[in-house]
Design a protein around this ligand. Structure first.
Ligand SMILES: Cc1ncc(COP(=O)(O)O)c(C=O)c1O
Length: 462
């Protein structure tokens, strides 16, 4: 092999990671005054921004002596991080073993195998602590495989560091820092925590906006500090049902909630009207940026990161039959939204201040015939609910303590939605959560229980 590198070439594929373009959206965000720019991370060699993460995780492990020649990288991931790790491993001669749940698509498994990785499939319907779960299986493989390194993107600081060292400085150099807000989906938090740390050091007033799908726990946790029950949703790569240590929520200025339908419709629009071929989490990030833009008093430059490619979602988001059968196409919206149910519901919103006593709460609930009471903090923001059962348990255990403050009884068994959330989705949410709080722009608009939905549907079918 000749020693000098040919002009115009890079020495290996890892050097082709990054250097992705930033493009201004022309049409899908026409109705906002702000300019929305997108960074096309799907143009990375293995198809996503996780290539940067994979490269940094592997390089960091090599430096720490945790990964050496002939070593094996083990990861419990299904998607983009897997592809990135498999690609970088191929360039450096490492083996890869991916452990994933059985619900993963055949295309994703085949793509990892194409890079020469071994894929171990585990049952989805078991608890994380079960020895058959994919977390437990990954740990067992690491213990049993000589030279194994568990890359663990949810708890490996090299994940956010990848964005601090690569994505953020690249963006800063490309733009000269001429943007006012950075908007990205919230998954492991690698993107937001890594880029956020860099941007805030450069410009503390730059706004950092996280986008979270309805069903994930981030939004409610940021707003109230409560870990409410997560429930399932379709958009892939963003939202979590636990708090990964790679996420630094303190950096965020705002979290915007999005739902599957608006994310998928935007993902399709981006391809059709802008030629931008990104996946569902890219659509989600653009929806989040537009919502944020609408909340602004003066126009800003908003930069949005588009994590991966539409290619992986052709059989779902870009398939009309799949979209229709899941109720995501516009003409299927016959049942209406949460706003319709709220309008139909006769009584006004009843709440209690956080400073209220148990006696006050009982009085309010009795007076209005309600069995769940949202509690508001000093700023008028909701901070949880108190339910009949909480009061009952409290009174049985603490005889005569009616003048105790409500604070200790506030609980998290609720889900938060927006007025635009479809009734079909709320029905699914009620499989997991007892009560639904309707919130927009940090303001609690209403409380829904199953009977409110039943009553609304019955009166519109009658
Ligand atoms: C498609 C997609 N979008 C968004 C994200 C979220 O990025 P991060 O993990 O950096 O928060 C991921 C991460 O897994 C992803 O795969």
């Amino acid at each position: 092999m000749s020693v000098s590198l040919m002009r115009g070439a890079v020495a290996d594929l890892t050097q082709a990671i990054g250097h992705t373009p930033i493009v201004r959206l022309q049409r899908v965000a026409e109705d906002v005054e702000s300019s929305i720019y997108v960074k096309l991370e799907y143009l990375n060699p293995a198809g996503s921004m996780k290539d940067r993460v994979a490269l940094n995780i592997i390089t960091d492990a090599e430096k720490r002596g945790m990964l050496g020649p002939g070593g094996t990288i083990v990861e419990a991931t299904s998607g983009n991080t897997g592809a990135g790790l498999a690609m970088v491993a191929a360039t450096r001669g490492y083996k890869c073993i991916f452990v994933m749940p059985d619900k993963m698509s055949k295309e994703k498994i085949d793509a990892l195998r194409a890079y020469g990785a071994k894929v171990v499939i585990c049952p989805t319907a078991v608890e994380p602590s079960d020895p058959r779960s994919y977390y437990s299986t990954a740990r067992r493989i690491v213990e049993e495989t000589p030279g194994a390194f568990y890359s663990n993107q949810y708890h490996n600081p090299a994940n956010p560091e990848a964005h601090y060292l690569s994505t953020a400085p690249e963006i800063w150099e490309q733009t000269g820092g001429e943007f006012d807000a950075f908007c990205a989906g919230m998954g492991t938090g690698g993107t937001l925590s890594g880029c956020g740390r860099y941007f805030k050091q450069k410009r503390p007033d730059l706004a950092l906006i996280g986008v979270d799908p309805i069903g994930s726990l981030y939004y409610e946790y940021v707003k109230t500090g409560r870990l409410t029950k997560p429930f399932s949703y379709y958009v892939e790569g963003i939202g979590e049902d636990f708090l990964p240590s790679t996420m630094n929520l303190d950096l965020l200025d705002e979290v915007v909630q999005v739902d599957d339908k608006e994310c998928f419709l935007m993902t399709r629009e981006l391809a059709r009207r802008e030629g931008i071929f990104t996946g569902g989490s890219g659509g989600a990030a653009v929806v989040g940026a537009i919502k944020y833009a609408r909340s602004l008093k003066a126009p800003k430059n908003i930069l949005v990161l588009l994590p991966d490619s539409a290619q992986k979602y052709l059989s779902k988001i870009f398939n009309d039959e799949w979209m229709r059968s899941n109720g995501f196409l516009a003409d299927d919206d016959t049942e209406g939204t949460v706003a319709h149910v709220l309008k139909h519901k006769p009584h006004r919103l009843i709440t209690a201040p956080r400073s209220a006593t148990v006696r006050d709460a009982i009085q309010i609930m009795k007076e209005h015939g309600i069995s769940q009471l949202p509690v508001l903090d000093e700023n008028g923001r909701h901070c949880g609910i108190v339910a009949e059962i909480d009061l009952l348990n409290f009174l049985v255990e603490h005889a005569g303590a009616l003048d105790e403050k409500l604070t200790g009884l506030i609980e998290s068994d609720y889900a938060t939605v927006t007025p635009h959330t479809r009734i079909a989705l709320v029905r699914n949410i009620f499989n997991d959560a007892k009560v639904v709080l309707v919130v927009e722009a940090d303001r609690l608009l209403g409380v829904l229980t199953k009977i409110d939905i039943i009553d609304y549907l019955a009166s519109h079918r009658g």
